[in-house]
Design a protein around this ligand. Sequence first.
Ligand SMILES: [Zn+2]
Ligand SMILES: [Zn+2]
Length: 149
Amino acid sequence: MGAKIGNTNGFKKGQIPYNFKKSGVGYVSLHEWVAYHKPKSLYCEICGLVTDKLDASSINHTYERDISKWKWLCRKCHFREDKILKKVITVCKKDHSMIGDNLWINNRGNRVCLKCKSIRAHESYLRNKEKVKSLVKAYRQRKRSTIKR
Ligand SMILES: [Zn+2]
Ligand SMILES: [Zn+2]
């Protein structure tokens, strides 16, 4: 009789759970992960203000699943960090990580997400396809009506 001892499915705090996807982790699940691995502080880790209104903030906005890269900050410090780091955001509005191959700097110096760019390009292609189709249809109808007369 070999009874199993211990929880083999569990994972230790600070480790990345096996079922976490390598990329494309949503904003909410990442913040849940942070809250789990980094117990909420009682004070701001920058100015030391004791408050219950603290936000988990990713240092340098890298949103890495590395707990040492996260800090609990008060609203004031979080806002200030955000303001400073606004120009080096590495995650686009749709949560694609803008690092390496997915990052494109346009000629105005703005960081552009290539995934979003290609999605937008495809959408405009589809829109134009419909437009071209309807133009051709209108042209053919005109042609037909002139032949009849
Ligand atoms: Zn603070
Ligand atoms: Zn994107």
